[in-house]
Write a protein that binds this ligand. Structure first.
Ligand code: NDP
Length: 445
């Protein structure tokens, strides 16, 4: 009987309608087993029992009025998961699928990811089931203001610093920041991902995608390989996917596919990113528009078909559980040598097993996409010292952080008997710092 399996069962029983949260806890506790054996004092102090329970969960009503004058009601969430090593930090997601289970899984994962960055930030996540698609700028503004009216009571530059995630980019952060400032009469770094004119950091927009490629390049380097001349498939066409594609291309790869929640485009001559940026960032249109500009490219309805495209490197950058066992087997059978998770938990547990068994390189989300939050923490530092670093300064720090995360992850895997398994390594390395801080800070009773 393992030390932590009964805790997994307790979490499942206590959170019965939360499959994503259960999935995340199960995955992490499985790899922490040797840590529990090595640290009986952490078992005795209830560190494992405490780490799976959020410190605070806030659920609130967000009412707003649409352009026709009709009242709409959405549900807002902020789950402040763990503040052992720093103020809560984690993004806000606006998507109709958002519910407590998804926000809890993201907040839980964020705790370990933030720890891996080596920076002093705790874990949190938030958002709403509001669907930004098809809304006017005014509607987005009214929603963001209403959302922030409640959220502002629970956050602060030294308490909790939210950022963007799916459906929350520079436009939404701007509206939320403006409302926070109006309500609190404070100009502080309470949100990250801000525009450059009011405290944002250079390279934050690019950070998650660039960081993903820096991490994957480290994995490849360890096997004397690189992005050069590789065929790359990337899912999604949002912030992470676009800037991941940009860096992969700069590193010499040929990116041949991107997607959104309706379908995917395949351009064997290489995706033209200027077109994608125009479609997604300027016009806010669907990715299917791409073939109007480049008629030799193909558009296919449905998301999972993208993984049937033969590639050397696969970078899932859309959403959770987008790569299932069948897709994983197809990728491996087609000769894929590396998978880097740009999105949070994009691979199902069955898909992860396929990758680990086949011994291809597998970079887990909490390590691979940590560059976004790391650069957010660099934005907080710049806000605190009221100074801005150049793009190159931030990018160099990001590169060093991603290389350090790779080292920590692969060393922890080796030390605890999981050599080559970066998923276990990331879970362990992320956990150890948080556990040590929780142990030092004692138990409030
Ligand atoms: P964006 O909103 O910019 O883009 C999300 C992309 O994924 C869009 O192309 C979207 O398509 C697609 N997508 C969203 N939901 C689904 C779905 N249910 N099925 C299929 N496709 C979907 O988000 P980001 O790029 O910021 O985030 C992508 C992933 O990366 C998320 O998992 C996020 O948590 C993670 N992440 C993001 C960070 C960041 O800094 N932005 C940092 C760390 C992780 P459509 O437009 O059709 O919805």
């Amino acid at each position: 009987m393992s030390l932590l399996s009964s805790l997994t069962q307790q979490v499942i029983k206590k959170n019965p309608n939360e499959p994503e949260f259960q999935q995340a806890v199960k995955e992490i506790l499985e790899s922490l087993e040797p840590v529990a054996v090595a640290h009986p004092e952490w078992m005795e102090a209830g560190i494992f029992d405490r780490i799976v329970e959020p410190e605070r969960q806030i659920i609130f009503r967000v009412s707003w009025i649409n352009d026709k004058g009709v009242v709409n009601v959405n549900r807002g969430f902020r789950v402040q998961f763990n503040s052992a090593i720093g103020p809560y930090k984690g993004g806000l997601r606006l998507h109709p699928s958002v519910n407590l289970s998804i926000i809890k899984f993201l907040g839980f994962e964020q705790t370990f990811k933030n720890s891996l960055t080596g920076l002093p930030i705790g874990g949190a996540k938030g958002g709403s089931d509001f669907d930004p698609k098809g809304k006017s700028d005014r509607e987005i503004m009214r929603f963001c203001q209403s959302f922030m009216t409640e959220l502002s009571k629970h956050i602060g530059a030294d308490t909790d610093v939210p950022a963007g995630d799916i459906g929350v980019g520079a436009r939404e952060i701007g509206f939320m920041y403006g409302q926070y400032k109006r309500l609190r009469n404070e100009f502080t770094g309470v949100l990250t991902g801000k525009g450059l004119s009011y405290g944002g950091s250079l390279a934050r927009t690019e950070a998650t995608g660039y960081g993903m490629c820096y991490f994957v390049e480290e994995m490849l380097k360890a096997t004397n390989n690189s992005f050069k001349n590789k065929t790359v498939v990337i899912s999604g066409s949002g912030n992470v996917a676009i800037y991941g594609a940009e860096k992969a291309i700069k590193l010499g790869a040929n990116v041949v596919a991107l997607s959104d929640s309706n379908g995917y485009i395949y351009d064997p001559t290489g995706i033209k990113l200027d077109t994608v940026k125009k479609i997604k960032e300027v016009n806010r249109e669907r990715i299917s528009e791409y073939v109007k500009y480049h008629p030799t490219a193909e558009y296919h309805e449905g998301c999972s078909g993208i993984w049937k495209i033969k590639c050397d490197i696969a970078l899932p950058c859309a959403t959770q559980n987008e790569v299932n066992e069948t897709s994983a087997k197809t990728l491996v059978a087609n000769g894929c040598i590396a998978v880097g998770e740009g999105a949070n938990m994009p691979s199902t547990p069955e898909a992860i097993n396929v990758f680990l068994k086949s011994k291809i390189l597998f970079g887990p989300a909490k390590a691979v996409n940590a560059g976004g939050v790391a650069t957010s923490a660099l934005e907080m530092s710049q806000n605190s010292i009221r100074y801005s670093w150049t793009f190159e300064e931030v990018d160099n720090k990001l590169k060093a952080i991603m290389s350090d995360i790779y080292m920590k992850t692969s060393n922890a895997a080796k030390e605890f008997g999981f050599e080559g398994n970066l998923l276990a390594g990331a879970n362990i390395a992320g956990f150890i710092k948080v556990a040590d801080a929780m142990y030092s800070e004692g138990i409030a009773y």
